[in-house]
Ligand binder design. Sequence first.
Ligand SMILES: Cc1cc2nc3c(=O)[nH]c(=O)nc-3n(C[C@H](O)[C@H](O)[C@H](O)COP(=O)(O)OP(=O)(O)OC[C@H]3O[C@@H](n4cnc5c(N)ncnc54)[C@H](O)[C@@H]3O)c2cc1C
Length: 233
Amino acid sequence: MLKRAVYALADSPTFTAWVSRYGMRWGFAQRFIAGEAIDDVWPSIQELRDEGMAVTLDYLGESVSDVDATRVATDTYCAIVEELGRCDNVASVSLKPTQLGLSIGTELAEQNIGRIVAAAKEAGNFVRIDMEDSPTTTATLDVFKALRAQYDNLGVVVQTYLHRTAADVRELNSIGAQLRLCKGAYKEPESVAYQAKEDVDRNYRELAELLLQEGHYPAFATHDDRGTQWDRP
Ligand SMILES: Cc1cc2nc3c(=O)[nH]c(=O)nc-3n(C[C@H](O)[C@H](O)[C@H](O)COP(=O)(O)OP(=O)(O)OC[C@H]3O[C@@H](n4cnc5c(N)ncnc54)[C@H](O)[C@@H]3O)c2cc1C
C-alpha cells in the first residue's frame, strides 16, 4: 500500500516540483541529496571517503522531453567530471538516460552520454548508466553497447526484478561489460517483472553468483545484508 502511494506521488509533476523546490530548504531531502550544486557536495564526499567508501554522484533528473534541457544536463555532467578530474577523481558519476535524451530518441541520448563519457575518459573518471523503467531497458542497453565499443570507462545497471535480466547479464558478460546489479526501483507489470519479493531476491543471489564467476569488476547495489547468509556451493 505504502509502495503504491509512493509510486503515485513520484509520478506527480506537482509533487516532484514541490519536493525539489522545498525539500532541501526544509531539510527532509538532505538525507538523500548531498547538495544542489557541485560546490555543496564536497563535505559529503569527504565524510564517506573517510569511512572508507567509494562515492558516485548523480545529478538528479529524469524523463526530460526538451532537447535543450538534455544539453544543459549534459553540460552539467561534463563540468562535474572535469571538476572531479581536478580533484583526484574522489567520486565517479551515475546518470539517468531519460535525463539525457532517451525519451526523445536513442541517437540524442547516445550523443549526450557519449560527450559525458568522453569528458570522463579525459579526466580519468568512470560513468555508470542507471537503469530506469522497463520501456527504456532495450534502448538503454543499445546506447550502452554502442558507447562501450568506443570507451572502457563505462558501466551499466541491471535489475533482478526483470525476467529478461539473466539473459542480458550473460550477453553483457560476453562483451566485457562492467555491471552493477540492483533489484529494481520502478513499478513493473507481471508480464516483464517478478512480483514476489522472494523471486526478486532469489534472482539477485543467482545473478550475483554468476557475476562473481564470470563478470568484469561487478558492483552490487543493495542494502540487503542477508547476503552474508547465502548458501555457498
Ligand atoms: C548504489 C545504488 C544504485 C542503484 N541504482 C538503481 C538503478 O539504476 N535502477 C533501479 O531501478 N534501482 C536502483 N537502485 C535501487 C534498487 O533497485 C532498490 O530499489 C533498492 O536498493 C532497495 O533494494 P535492496 O536491494 O536494498 O533491498 P530490499 O530487499 O528492498 O531491502 C533490504 C533491506 O534494506 C533496507 N533498505 C531498502 N532501501 C533502503 C535505503 N534507501 N536506505 C536504507 N535501508 C534501505 C530495507 O528496509 C530492508 O531492510 C540502486 C540502489 C543503490 C543502493
